[in-house]
Write a protein that binds this ligand. Structure first.
Ligand code: ZN
Length: 68
């Protein structure tokens, strides 16, 4: 069993959290992805990827910072 965080998987793939905005992104349906330190990150949109690529450490340390 995989551990869960209360976000239901949609059956299309693994659920990942967009490190920029905190949205749940389903693998295979992501708008963009990036690799950093050997990890793959998934994004809801290109804007999030661009922000992450500029300062990945910021988002990994501080967590999602764009709150709606
Ligand atoms: Zn996002």
């Amino acid at each position: 069993m995989e551990h869960q965080h209360g976000q239901p998987a949609q059956g299309a793939g693994n659920a990942h959290t967009d490190p920029v905005c905190g949205m749940t992104v389903i693998e295979g349906k992501e708008a963009a992805r990036s690799e950093h330190n050997g990890e793959t990150y998934y994004f809801c949109g290109r804007g999030c990827k661009v922000a992450f690529d500029k300062t990945p450490e910021k988002f990994l340390k501080e967590g999602p910072s764009m709150r709606m």
